[in-house]
Design a protein around this ligand. Structure first.
Ligand code: UN1
Length: 503
C-alpha cells in the first residue's frame, strides 16, 4: 500500500475527516520516503485569537468540575489511547520516521501520563501552615490556572503534548495546542481521539476544552502574546525559547520551556562496558539522534578507551539504517533536508577541529527526498567547536579523560543542561556525579543512558534548556495557581507581627 493511502486509512480509523487532509496550504511530508502525504488548511492569526477566546470560556466551565471528575476524562483518554495504540504509533512512524517500537513507545508514554493524571486528580494538595495568631488557621489552596498553550516539536509530536495536556486538564485548565508544522497529522489524530473521550465523558465537559491550531509561526505568536493564555509550555530549540521566554515575561505569563540538550555521558574505569555500550548505542543512535535527550558527548576514561571505543565504532558501522515501515532497521530517517545539511555542517566543523569521523554519510534508499544517514561517531581531541552546540542529528563526539574533577568541569561546560549519565561501579564517583557539584543537568542518571526518561519524574533541564519541568513529580504546580488563605475563627483581630492599630 502506498504511504499516502496508508496515512489516509490510519487517519480515518482514528476519526479524522478525510476532507481535512487535502486542498490546504500546509504540505506535510513523510520523512520515510519524502513524499507529500497531506495538504492541510491552516488557521489565520485572527481566527486563532478567536479560538483562544473560546478556550477561555471552556476554562471558566471546566474549572468548576471537581478534580477527581476531571481525572475521569483522563481515564477515558487513556482507554482511547490504549484502543488506538497501534494506529497512532504507526502514524508517528509515518510522520516522524520512528521505528515501530519507538512509535508505539511514544503512545505508551501518553497512556502512562494519563494514568498518572488520574491518580493526581485526587492529589492536588495544598498545605496547612502554622499561624502565629490564636484562633486562626492558615492554608494554601491550588486552583485551576487558565488557558494553557502547548507548542510542541516534531520529534515527540504526541507524547510531549500529552504530558502537558494531561496535567493541564486534570488541573482544570483548557488547552490550545500548536503542533510543529512538520507533524500536524498526529495532532489531528490526537484531537479526534480526545473528542471520543469527551463524548464518553458527557455533558460536564465544555466545548473547546482542547483546540488544535494548525498554522505557522504567526499562529504561535498569537498563542504567546494572547492575554488570555496563562501559561505557554514550549518545546523546541534554545533559539525559539529565547524569543518565546521574554515575550511571555513581558506580559507576566508563565512559561514552561523545554529547549535544547547537549547531553553527555562519562564512562569511568570501573564501568560495566557491555552495559555501557548498549546504553550509549541507544542513547546516541536511537530515534536517529533526534531526541532532546539524545547522547551527544561521551567522555571515556583513558584506561578503558581502547576497550570501549573500537567496539562502539563497530556498532556504528553495523547498525541497520533503513525504512522503518518496511524493515527491522534500528535507525530511521532524519526529519528533512535541513536536518541533513546541519549534520554535514557539524561534521565538517568537527573535522576542522581535529575530529576523526566514522560514519555520517547519506544512505541511499531509492527516495531522493528522504534523508537516511549512517550515525556518526567523532573522536575529538578536546571539547571544542561543534561539540559545545546541539546538532539535532545522530552525532556522538567521543573524548578521552583522565581526571575526574576535570571531566566534571568539561561535562558542565556547555550551554544546555538537560540530561546526563555516568557509567561506573564506584560509589564515590556516582554519588559525586549526583551531588551539588556534580552534573548540573535536570536529569542525572547512573548506569543508564541519557534518553528514555519515565513519566513519573519531572522532565526538563537547567541553563539554556530553559528551566521548565513537565510530566511527573510536582510539575503539575505550574499548571495551577496557589492561594494562601488565612481564616480567623476567634472573636479578636490580632494583627500579624504584633502590629497594633486601634481605632
Ligand atoms: C524530547 O525529546 O523532547 O526521555 C522528549 C526521553 C523521552 C522524551 C523525550 N521520554 O527520551
Amino acid at each position: 500500500m502506498s504511504i499516502v493511502k496508508e496515512t489516509a486509512d490510519l487517519l480515518s480509523k482514528l476519526g479524522v475527516d478525510a476532507a481535512a487532509l487535502s486542498g490546504g496550504d500546509l504540505a506535510v511530508h513523510s520523512p520515510v520516503t519524502g513524499e507529500q502525504i497531506a495538504a492541510l488548511k491552516t488557521i489565520s492569526p485572527a481566527d486563532a485569537g478567536k479560538a483562544i477566546d473560546a478556550a477561555h470560556e471552556a476554562f471558566k466551565a471546566w474549572r468548576l468540575v471537581p478534580g477527581p471528575k476531571r481525572g475521569e476524562l483522563m481515564r477515558l483518554l487513556g482507554e482511547e489511547l490504549r484502543a488506538h495504540k497501534a494506529e497512532l504509533g504507526r502514524l508517528v512512524s509515518i510522520e516522524v520516521g520512528k521505528i515501530p517500537s519507538e512509535g508505539l513507545g511514544e503512545v505508551q508514554e501518553m497512556i502512562d501520563i494519563c494514568d498518572f493524571a488520574v491518580g493526581l486528580s485526587r492529589q492536588l494538595y495544598g498545605l496547612t501552615i502554622a499561624t502565629e495568631r490564636p484562633g486562626h488557621r492558615m492554608m494554601e489552596t491550588w486552583h485551576p490556572l487558565g488557558v494553557v498553550g502547548v507548542i510542541s516539536a516534531f520529534n515527540f509530536p504526541v507524547a510531549v503534548w500529552s504530558w502537558n495536556a494531561a496535567l493541564a486538564l486534570v488541573c482544570g485548565d483548557s488547552v490550545v495546542w500548536k503542533p510543529s508544522e512538520k507533524t500536524p497529522l498526529t495532532a489531528l489524530a490526537c484531537e479526534a481521539i480526545f473528542a471520543r473521550a469527551v463524548a464518553r465523558f458527557g455533558k460536564d465537559a465544555p466545548a473547546n476544552l482542547l483546540t488544535v491550531l494548525v498554522g505557522d509561526r504567526a499562529v504561535g505568536e498569537v498563542l504567546v502574546d494572547h492575554p488570555k493564555v496563562a501559561l505557554v509550555s514550549a518545546t523546541g530549540s534554545t533559539r525559539m525559547g529565547r524569543e518565546v521566554g521574554p515575550r511571555l515575561a513581558r506580559r507576566f505569563a508563565r512559561a514552561v520551556l523545554e529547549l535544547g540538550g547537549n547531553n553527555a555521558g562519562i564512562v569511568c574505569p570501573s564501568a560495566d562496558l557491555d552495559m555501557a555500550l548498549r546504553a550509549i548505542a541507544f542513547g546516541a543512535m536511537g530515534t536517529a539522534g533526534q531526541r532532546c535527550t539524545t547522547l551527544r558527548r561521551l567522555f571515556v576514561h583513558d584506561s578503558v578507551y581502547d576497550q570501549l571505543v573500537p567496539r562502539l565504532k563497530k556498532a556504528y558501522q553495523s547498525v541497520s539504517v533503513g525504512n522503518p515501515l518496511e524493515s527491522s532497521a534500528l535507525v530511521g530517517p532524519l526529519i528533512d533536508k535541513a536536518a541533513f545539511d546541519n549534520m554535514q555542517k557539524a561534521l565538517s566543523d568537527a573535522r576542522a577541529h581535529g575530529g576523526k569521523v566514522t560514519g555520517g554519510e547519506r544512505f541511499e534508499n531509492g527516495h531522493n527526498d528522504a534523508y537516511y544517514v549512517h550515525p556518526a561517531l567523532v573522536e575529538m581531541p578536546k571539547q571544542d567547536g561543534p561539540v559545545t552546540e546541539e546538532t539535532f542529528a545522530p552525532i556522538l563526539y567521543v573524548m578521552k579523560y583522565s581526571d575526574f574533577d576535570a571531566v566534571l568541569d568539561d561535562h558542565n561546560a556547555v550551554g544546555a543542561g538537560l540530561s546526563s549519565s555516568i557509567f561506573t561501579r564506584d560509589l564515590q564517583e556516582s554519588e559525586r556525579f549526583l551531588s551539588a557539584d556534580g552534573s548540573d543537568c535536570g536529569i542525572a542518571n547512573v548506569n543508564i543512558g541519557t534518553s528514555g526518561a519515565e513519566i513519573g519524574g519531572a522532565f526538563g533541564g537547567e541553563k539554556e534548556t530553559g528551566g521548565g519541568r513537565e510530566s511527573g513529580s510536582d510539575a503539575w504546580k505550574a499548571y495551577m495557581r496557589r492561594a494562601t488563605n488565612t481564616i480567623n475563627y476567634s472573636r479578636e483581630l490580632p494583627l500579624a507581627q504584633g502590629v497594633s492599630f486601634d481605632i
